[in-house]
Design a binder for this molecule. Sequence first.
Ligand code: GLN
Length: 490
Amino acid sequence: MSALTNLTIAQAGAGLSKGEFTARELTDDYLSAMEAARGLNAYIEETPERAQMMADASDARRTAGNAVGALDGIPLAIKDLFCTEGALSTAGSHILDGFRPAYESTVTQNLWDAGAVMLGKANMDEFAMGSANITSYYGPTLNPWKARSGDNAGKDLVPGGSSGGSASAVAARIAAGATGTDTGGSIRQPGAFCGIVGLKPTYGRCSRWGVIAFASSLDQAGPLARTVEDSALMLEGMVSYDPKDSTSVDLPVPNYAAALTGDIRGLRVGVPAEYRIDGTPSEIETLWQQGVHWLRDAGAEIVDISLPHTKYALPAYYIVAPAEASSNLARYDGMRYGLRVDGEDLAETYERTRAEGFGHEVKRRVMIGTYVLSAGYYDAYYLKAQRVRTRIADDFRAAWDSCDVILTPTTPNAAFALGEKQDDPIAMYLNDIFTVPASMAGLPAISLPAGLSGDGLPLGLHLIAPPFGEETLLRAAGVLESAAGFTAQP
Ligand code: GLN
């Protein structure tokens, strides 16, 4: 690992403006690091030539005195769910074989307009369905961390999912930052497993245009980065109002980094009783308590709160998300792009294409989704899940009367071994127990590395804020980050 790949985005930006190194040098260091770390399988496709071209363009802008901002010349990994013009965009699925979009997603376009450099497309769970990055057609991504003791000592660990390639790349220093998407936890959970920061913005804050859809009422793009400050810088580069996404919100884009004042005196931090779940390891509980102490020491006021419908969030999510997925994935029919497996007639061509093109987990979700939307079961499942979703959102709305942010653990466990939980979908789904409620309510939330498990693996703390409370979220996260002083590396 070179010294340059070890710099945060903020540090690299400062080095670039002072002329200590060029964007091309920084990019070339990342490209060699990527080559050396191919064993992680963090990228589906590397785009070295494009990266070098973008880096050279950045250097030319800087020389001419036209550097755009904090992201100019910063090399990023892009989750393969984002459509990138001319570059493979597969959503980790066989069914999108060879798909090279003719257009660029709004979020990635915003990043390129801000001067960022694309290193490649990051591996991910197929169509963002998963919590371990094991459902990708392109094979699993590995977590750069290893347990130093315990049952999993020395074993290959999962990076979390679905943005597992993004998280692994940032943690392994083969990307300075990465884009992710979060439908039920897919930015925050891999962030926690890989010891980095993962931020899911408010639903509607980042445009979904050009992001391959999983569950449209939940999907939201966000950054994965090594520090809270880097997350703020990336978020600012990603967010925009986009008329091409009808759920995009027309609000000014704040200077998020300016929110990191370190001052949270008087901030009311809610601690929800319902997140104390049987079977959660004591080290997670202890870290949560530690987080409460850190915030209190910094002048925050700690408030006990109740979110009574928390336990229904996960089951309701696993109705709503598959329902929307079954509808969104109906478009993959082998006719217009991606894989086609010819049959005797049109119907058989559809069947064969979808049978071969989709993996097990995607098929499971399409079947669950089709079932809960079917005439006989719509009221019993889908409608009921939507009602539960409203209750969950109401719980949070009531909570904001007494607190400004909510603190919880990010995950009920540290990263697990490759192969573990693989045959047990319920155990896998439980990974998102703490992240799903904020998704169901469309709220912004962040995970940051706050400590190590007894076996030496990163553990995350999770903050949730009211809609468009990203600045409060970042400010509180910044304080936790300083208090935790997490400097461990894989
Ligand atoms: N793990 C969850 C799922 O499999 C969340 C995925 C996501 O946020 N994209 O649905």
